[in-house]
Design a protein around this ligand. Structure first.
Ligand code: SAH
Length: 218
């Protein structure tokens, strides 16, 4: 088994300082990024780059999000510790681990069987308590709704309506929406207690596409 080391810990603290310089202000997010061993979520061939602020390829032609993006999406949730969060697109499991390290109750869905299996094994091994589902994230997890926040880590061609319906009033959906071939705008969408809808655009990002149905692999 690969493990953590003082060298990795030192690199993580440097990454945290870079994220602070780039404008991440939520200390709880920075603390979690300072704790989660990102190098274990990457293929071993990329391990030496794990604490660069960059995205890298993972299995099934997907990517692990850039730490800045993970931090930005997480701090955009605006939720208190202990909140119930749904993530769409488990991928490597890194974002789910950051959320769990912050003390959230984490639910996450992945449509690629290979990544579902990999992330499940790793999150368990590292002791992060996360409820994982192999399925189509467009459908959410109605059995566990409502959520205090929902975070989508793949590019949606349009706003995923079913997910909005699984939010508590004032709970925010953070989702990159737009052309999957180029950049997407990060949207924060929420309903207030009267049912009125609110929406902010937070910035431009690049994600792999949010696809329909599951991929069970070969
Ligand atoms: N949060 C991940 C980022 C993974 S990239 C991490 O920290 O590593 C986005 C992931 O979304 C990919 O693994 C992709 O397979 C998954 N995905 C795409 N469409 C999906 C859908 N409809 N339901 C669930 N997962 C989906």
């Amino acid at each position: 088994m690969r493990s953590d080391s003082p060298r990795h810990q030192g690199q993580r603290l440097q990454l945290v300082e870079q994220l602070r310089e780039r404008g991440i202000v939520d200390e709880r997010v920075l603390e979690a990024i300072g704790q989660v061993p990102r190098h274990l979520f990457l293929d071993s061939s990329f391990e030496q780059y794990a604490y660069r602020d960059a995205a890298f390829p993972i299995r099934a032609q997907q990517t692990i999000s850039q730490p800045y993006t993970v931090a930005f999406q997480t701090e955009s949730l605006h939720v208190a510790s202990g909140a119930k969060i749904l993530e769409i697109g488990t991928g490597s499991g890194y974002q789910a681990a950051v959320l769990a390290a912050m003390g959230y109750k984490v639910y996450t869905i992945e449509r690629q069987k290979e990544l579902f299996d990999f992330s499940k094994g790793l999150l368990q091994e590292l002791g992060y308590r996360v409820t994982q589902k192999f399925g189509d994230g467009y459908k959410g997890m109605p059995a566990f709704a409502p959520f205090d926040g929902i975070l989508v880590t793949a590019a949606a061609p349009s706003l995923p309506q079913e997910l909005l319906e699984q939010l508590r009033p004032e709970g925010r959906l953070i989702v990159p929406v737009g052309d999957v071939e180029s950049e997407q705008s990060m949207h924060a969408v929420w309903m207030d207690a009267t049912g009125a809808r609110h929406e902010d655009v937070l910035g431009q990002f690049r994600f792999v596409p949010m696809l329909k149905d599951v991929d069970a692999g070969r």
